[in-house]
Design a protein around this ligand. Structure first.
Ligand code: FAD
Length: 622
């Protein structure tokens, strides 16, 4: 049955991937009527993303979804490591030259040696397969009274100065529909038709760095085997039978993805049917896994960023993969997209409220800050994903698997005037020869011993192996231009170390625990909860002026010094733990050495628009 389609709405979100669905939940929080259009009728079951960073989890916490997501995810002990090995689960990497069986594990990195850091956030990272996350988000969108979710419809758009006309076509055929809205969030993925329609070019494009096969499979036998060892999120396996990265999506379900490079035109995705893939997995793993192959996808490793995140007429916004393609080395794509819609949603809510009154100019200025704030962050994530990718190549190179040799062979064979069948054979022989370097890792020969030592040295050198956690890109993002009362020193980098939790203009408010003052209540909340609290009783998302300590309450009229474009704002008074102050709204529940300034202006998304300078005495001590 065809759903009842509205003729107009405030916002249309094109694309119901993780970023579009999160955008819907955020708009719902600001009570904005909207329509989410998703081309696929059934959710995509092939997993891509799985690592959800702390900032995304904070956003899900704000939406009341953190507990549900964490419950569905694997416990930390099932994914806290990265493992480097010559066989995933077999006892031996290869027949040994001299009979000794060397250890297949080359190295192991624990990325949570002291567990999650609860001093910097009430939340922490999570490992949950993208289809499961999307399922939970979709269920939440289904429950929303302000969202209409249309699945099996393809959207396109036509923008003018006053709004956007969105055309809807059912993918299974049937009657088309047109709808008008005031803003469009384009969350339609890397091949975004909206981006093309808006004439926004992709810039800073890399060439294709690698072709990858993604093989999604279920193997309870492999999961059982891995349970008895330090479990990892990523297993980098350099086997004489092939190299690949096994992504552990769930040990409980025995769900994995093998990412394995392939080399067109000498290898074709068509060569890898289910049986071939299952055999290949057993060989690389080192024992029979009984892998049930669910799906096989190809993926081209390349990166770019959209030239603009906002359309020329100002009513359409690119988010997530529609705005950037980040190499999947570091888990930035979806997380960056989630942070983008969090940045955008409150601005849209404010613009929808204020563009009908005299403050329309301010609404446009506010919306323009989305591009100014988020594009540099995406560019930096792309640069870092390249560094990460190169670190994985370096690790392989020290054990004799130099990607440059494979690239050179590929190029040379491409130019050889021989029939393709011969060149394919030569290519296979070359790859076999290259992979045979792994046999040398047998501990009883000097070359193998030397390479293992070099691998160990690399592991011990800070910053040389692929990290799992990226504090600067996660909680340490700092906006240098945008919706700020004073613009801090301009330019890149857009992030500061998050370990140095600091009150800084353009940065996220540091987390600390608070109790409502006046006693009676035992409820405790994070400082981050103050931005959602400010929404109460207001039709638009509001800023919050936080005043710290008795001196700040009394000494100045801080509110008078705030630029009117940040109005309306709530005032919240916070005093230090152990201090009795009748005017305080909250008392700090921890005293962790974080020295607050007298006053800060908190945006609805938890970032600071303005920070009052510390009194000289405190600044010297800090
Ligand atoms: C192997 C791999 C591993 C990854 N791991 C991570 C990770 O651990 N962490 C991380 O943060 N990121 C990771 N990523 C990146 C992540 O998967 C993407 O960044 C994420 O899927 C982007 O979400 P999105 O909602 O922007 O786009 P998509 O997930 O691509 O969703 C876009 C949606 O729009 C729909 N659509 C398209 N056109 C239309 C239209 N005209 N009308 C209606 N609907 C339309 C599509 O059907 C689709 O459902 C990984 C990527 C890969 C390939």
């Amino acid at each position: 049955m065809s759903p009842c389609l509205p003729d107009e709405t405030d916002v249309v979100i094109i694309g119901g991937g993780p970023v579009g669905l999160t955008a819907s939940q955020l708009l719902d929080r600001f009570r904005i009527a909207h329509v989410v259009v998703e081309a696929q009728d059934q959710p995509n079951e092939h997993p891509q993303a799985h690592f959800i960073n702390t900032r995304s989890m904070e956003i899900f916490r704000e939406l009341g979804l953190e507990a549900t997501i964490r419950e569905a995810a694997a416990p930390l002990d099932e994914w806290r490591h990265h493992v480097y090995a010559t066989a995933l689960a077999g006892e031996r990497p290869a027949p040994s030259f001299r009979g000794a069986s060397p250890d297949p594990v080359l190295g192991l990195v624990d990325h949570f040696p002291s567990g999650p850091d609860h001093r910097i956030s009430p939340s922490w990272e999570c490992n949950l397969s993208q289809p499961l996350l999307q399922g939970l988000l979709r269920a939440a969108v289904d429950r929303s009274r302000r969202a209409t979710l249309l699945t099996g419809w393809r959207a396109d758009l036509n923008e003018d100065r006053y709004g956007v006309e969105v055309g809807l076509r059912p993918t299974a055929g049937g009657r088309a529909h047109r709808m008008r809205c005031r803003y469009v969030v384009c969350a339609d993925g890397a091949r975004s038709g909206s981006r093309d329609r808006l004439g926004i070019a992709r810039v800073q494009r890399t060439p294709t760095l690698q072709h990858l096969l993604n093989i999604h499979f279920i193997s309870p036998a492999l999961a059982e085997r891995l349970r008895h060892r330090p479990a990892a999120m990523l297993y980098f396996v350099y086997s004489p039978h092939g190299i690949g990265v096994f992504v552990n999506h769930s040990l409980a379900r025995g769900e994995f993805v093998l990412q394995r490079p392939y080399y067109p035109p000498f290898e074709d995705p068509e060569d890898f049917d289910r049986r071939t893939c299952a055999r290949m997995i057993d060989k690389i793993v080192g024992l029979p896994t009984g892998a049930d192959i669910r799906s096989i996808r190809t993926w081209r490793l390349e990166a770019w960023v959209a030239g603009h995140f906002q359309s020329r007429d100002g009513r359409c916004f690119l988010v997530g993969d529609a705005a950037h393609q980040i190499l999947p080395a570091g888990g930035f794509g979806m997380n960056t997209g989630i942070a983008e819609v969090h940045n955008l949603a409150w601005k849209l809510a404010r613009a929808l409220q204020t563009e009908t009154d005299d403050a329309g100019g301010d609404a446009q200025a506010l919306l323009a800050t989305y591009d100014a704030e988020r594009r540099p962050v995406a560019e930096e994530a792309i640069a870092l994903s390249r560094v990460n990718y190169e670190s994985t190549l370096r690790a392989a190179a020290v054990i004799g698997l130099d990607w440059r040799a494979a690239r050179w062979m590929q190029k040379t064979l491409e130019g050889l005037p021989l029939p393709m069948a011969w060149r394919r054979k030569l290519f296979r022989a070359g790859i076999w020869l290259g992979l045979s370097q792994i046999w040398l890792l047998d501990g009883s020969n000097p070359i193998g011993q030397f390479r293992r030592r070099r691998f160990n040295d690399l592991m011990k050198t800070p910053g040389k192996m692929l990290p799992m956690r990226f504090p600067r890109q996660d909680l340490g993002v700092v906006y240098h231009r945008g919706w700020l009362a004073v613009e801090p020193a301009a330019g890149h980098p857009s992030s500061a170390p998050a370990s140095r939790a600091a009150f800084e203009t353009g940065a996220r408010l540091p987390h600390f625990w608070l109790r409502p003052s006046g006693g009676g209540s035992h409820s405790i909340l994070s400082s981050l909860d103050l931005c959602t609290r400010g929404a109460r009783g207001h039709a638009v998302p509001v800023h919050t002026l936080l005043l710290f300590g008795r001196d700040a309450f009394a000494t100045r009229d801080w509110a008078a010094s705030i630029d009117p474009r940040f109005a309306p704002f709530e005032v919240v008074r916070i005093c230090e733990s152990g201090v009795r102050e009748s005017h305080a709204d909250f008392v700090r529940a921890d005293s962790d050495g974080l020295v607050p300034p007298p006053a800060v202006l908190l945006r609805p998304d938890g970032y600071l628009s303005w920070v009052a300078p510390l009194p000289r005495r405190q600044a010297q001590a800090a």
